[in-house]
Design a protein around this ligand. Structure first.
Ligand code: ATP
Length: 233
């Protein structure tokens, strides 16, 4: 579904992604783990067209999307749920969800919104509430709901568990699994490597801009190197 080949991204003189190659197959949950500053967010921003690689190619559903304008990428079904939730604080819950469907031309937006409300009953209860007044967990659910309103084929999730209470972290991971089981492929960036590896099929480890390890998630979870570096063992 997604193929990233030898991608190099720079911020001025900083070489943030170094020859990164990854692949995501239809139906998978793939996780990208790595320490602070490893380049995880940079990779997601590059996939969604917010950053342009200096070299390398990104192919999505058989089409070269390298350097394409971000809205075109969204239209093709690659949708980014950003780090730190980034909901529109002054708009209501419902308005945030509507914006997630901004580029859609079909008439099923209302039906999809109903589905989101069924998945996240808290959002239904609060549909007229200003998004900025929601709790952290509710904002995260809204950010995911807004991304789902774009009907992603591939959903990019950047640190969805960040800053949430442990019980909510578990809930978010359950929701990600449900979203995947209902047919959406997921690329998940996480600092919570243990939980991410539990729900993922495959994983990549990014270190200072380079992929240093990849493989089946259960194999990586059992690896001594990964345990030492990322699982607090
Ligand atoms: P975190 O988990 O802390 O968000 P990350 O793995 O997502 O980390 P990135 O945010 O992708 O890491 O950052 C990768 C590197 O690029 C870091 O060294 C960071 O300082 C640098 N970087 C990120 N954004 C910019 C920017 N706008 N300008 C300059 N350097 C940047």
């Amino acid at each position: 579904m997604l193929k990233v080949e030898n991608v190099n991204v720079y911020y001025g003189a900083i070489h943030a992604l170094k020859d990164v190659s990854i692949q995501v197959n239809e139906g998978e949950i793939v996780t990208l783990i790595g320490a602070n500053g490893a380049g995880k967010t940079t990779l997601l921003k590059t996939l969604s067209g917010l950053l342009t690689p200096k070299t390398g190619t990104i192919t999505f559903l058989g089409k070269d999307i390298t350097g394409i304008h971000a809205p075109e990428i969204v239209k093709s079904g690659l949708i980014h749920c950003p780090e730190g939730r980034r909901v529109f604080a002054n708009l209501s819950v419902e308005e945030n969800l509507e914006l997630g469907a901004y580029l859609r031309k079909d008439r099923e937006v209302k039906e999809d919104m109903e589905q989101i409300y069924s998945r996240f009953p808290r959002l239904r209860e609060r549909k007229r509430q200003q998004a900025g007044t929601l709790s952290g967990g509710e904002q995260q659910m809204l950010a995911i709901g807004r991304a789902l309103m774009g009907r992603p084929k591939l959903l990019l999730l950047d640190e969805p568990s960040m800053g949430l209470a442990p019980i909510l972290v578990q809930e978010i991971f359950n929701i990600i699994q449900e979203i995947n089981q209902s047919g959406t492929t997921v690329l998940l960036v996480e600092q919570n490597a243990n939980q991410a590896l539990k729900i993922a099929n495959r994983a990549y480890v990014l270190e200072t801009g380079k992929i240093v390890l990849s493989g089946a998630a259960n194999v990586l979870r059992a690896s001594e190197d990964v345990k030492k570096a990322y699982l607090g063992a």
